[in-house]
Write a protein that binds this ligand. Structure first.
Ligand SMILES: Cc1cc2nc3c(=O)[nH]c(=O)nc-3n(C[C@H](O)[C@H](O)[C@H](O)COP(=O)(O)OP(=O)(O)OC[C@H]3O[C@@H](n4cnc5c(N)ncnc54)[C@H](O)[C@@H]3O)c2cc1C
Length: 405
């Protein structure tokens, strides 16, 4: 019998484990993951950006947890010797139409309390980043880079060092409340726990349904594919270089990202994946694909955004199309500068009418918290999200499954 069981050894699950351990040092806490390593899915396949919180509507959960998580993450990396670098970020307007969007981001950044934001003309920006295109830019000095696999391995190290138990290769198959505790069925047998927290990322809606609840959203998997710049082209990129995002979509657009090990990635795009853990377009899970296509939210979204979807798909199959979307950011790039890179799959929470939910969601019942949606910047914000989950658990009280924030 454990005091708490946490499903998922991604950044959110292990950060939650650490925050719970801080609050309840005497508890026995178990983290399980079906994978054979930590950070096997979203956390280990992301852009590695430490988000500053510049984009998010002031006062919202994402802005609050990103700002809080940013400070906690930097303190953690310093304490545990996880390398990170505050490279700074240029968000670049490449034409007149993008200027209002960039101004709005600037206002949000100020309202969210960011330090050192600077509006620059194209010429001023090029004095710092000579190869970057565009007519104006917002300089965000607080943005940075880190390897979230290394961060999550360090979370696991801190957790187990303080007495926590991490059990990999263990899939949660079901769970029920039995009196004062939960019986959890796993691929390694039954486990009893007083409290249960599910941080299942791409599987978060499925984990919620396991005890008969219907979450208000379904997770649709969207693959983000990257190219990598050759070392000559990579030398042109010293900072994060981002476009002004399309406000209709929760994704930030393809960007140029230096990595902590000295490479530069370009991407990610956003195409529907044919499996929740489908890292290339040959991986198909017919059961999961059928569940996606049958879902009213997917059909509504497809009707509304088929044009955007077609553009993303073209970019997935055509290197030329991918390059075309990078050229406004860096006009001197050529096809020869791009090598195929990795891919990640985002858990996109979609409501029944096709609403794309970009804020964090928790579904809380007595003794149980399901993290229903933890999109970007959840890796940056993971320690703050962990704190919020612990508060949810402490609030207790039986609540109907539904959107709480
Ligand atoms: C392409 C891409 C780029 C991104 N870029 C950034 C970025 O630059 N900065 C940033 O802050 N965020 C970024 N994000 C978002 C961020 O990576 C995620 O929001 C975050 O990693 C979510 O963490 P998680 O722990 O909730 O999910 P995951 O990392 O997906 O972890 C969930 C874990 O649960 C396990 N699991 C699921 N079901 C079960 C089960 N039944 N039994 C046992 N285990 C189970 C899985 O194996 C998995 O390990 C990006 C995401 C993607 C996909």
């Amino acid at each position: 019998m454990y005091d708490a069981l946490i499903t998922g050894a991604g950044a959110v699950g292990l950060a939650t484990a650490i925050r719970l351990q801080e609050r309840q040092p005497d508890w026995s806490i178990l983290v399980v993951d079906k994978a054979d390593r930590v950070a096997a899915h979203q956390t280990g396949h992301n852009s590695g950006v430490i988000h500053s919180g510049v984009y998010y509507p002031p006062g919202g959960t994402r802005a609050r947890l990103c700002r809080e998580g940013y400070d906690l993450l930097l303190d953690f990396c310093e304490a545990e010797n996880v390398p990170f670098r505050l490279t700074g970020k240029f968000i670049v307007a490449t034409n007149e139409q993008e200027l209002p969007g960039l101004k709005k981001i600037h206002e949000r950044g100020i309202a969210n309390g960011l330090a050192g934001l600077q509006w620059m003309t194209g010429t001023e920006m090029r004095a710092q980043s000579p190869h970057t295109g565009g007519i104006a830019a917002l300089w965000v000095p607080q943005a940075g880079i880190v390897d979230y696999k290394a961060v999550t391995r360090a979370y696991a190290e801190v957790f187990t060092r303080s007495g926590g138990v991490l059990q990999l290769n263990t899939e949660v198959l079901g769970y029920q409340r039995e009196g004062e505790s939960f019986e959890v069925q796993t691929s390694k047998g039954e486990i009893r726990t007083r409290y249960l927290i599910n941080c299942g990322g791409l599987q978060s809606d499925l984990l919620t349904t396991m005890n008969g609840r219907k979450p208000p959203v379904q997770i649709l998997p969207f693959r983000g594919e990257y190219y990598e710049l050759t070392s000559e082209a990579a030398a042109k990129v010293q900072h994060l270089i981002y476009p002004v995002p399309d406000p209709a979509f929760p994704f930030l657009g393809v960007h140029l990202t230096p990595t902590i090990d000295g490479r530069v990635e370009a991407g990610p795009n956003a195409v529907l994946a044919f499996a929740r853990e489908g890292y290339d377009n040959r991986t198909v899970n017919l059961r999961e694909l059928a569940a996606t296509v049958r879902y009213s939210g997917f059909r509504a979204m497809a009707r509304q955004y088929w044009r955007k979807g077609a553009t993303e798909l073209r970019r997935s199959f055509s290197k030329q199309a991918f390059l075309k979307s990078l050229l406004p950011l860096m006009p001197t790039l050529t096809l020869d500068d791009l090598r195929p890179g990795g891919a990640g799959v985002r858990a996109m929470a979609v409501g029944p009418k096709g609403e794309m939910i970009d804020d964090f969601l928790f579904y809380t019942e007595d003794g149980l918290v399901n993290v229903g949606n933890a999109p970007s910047p959840a890796a940056t914000a993971s320690l703050a999200i962990g704190g919020a989950v612990v508060r949810e658990l402490e609030k207790g009280g039986m609540k109907e499954c539904g959107i709480r924030e």
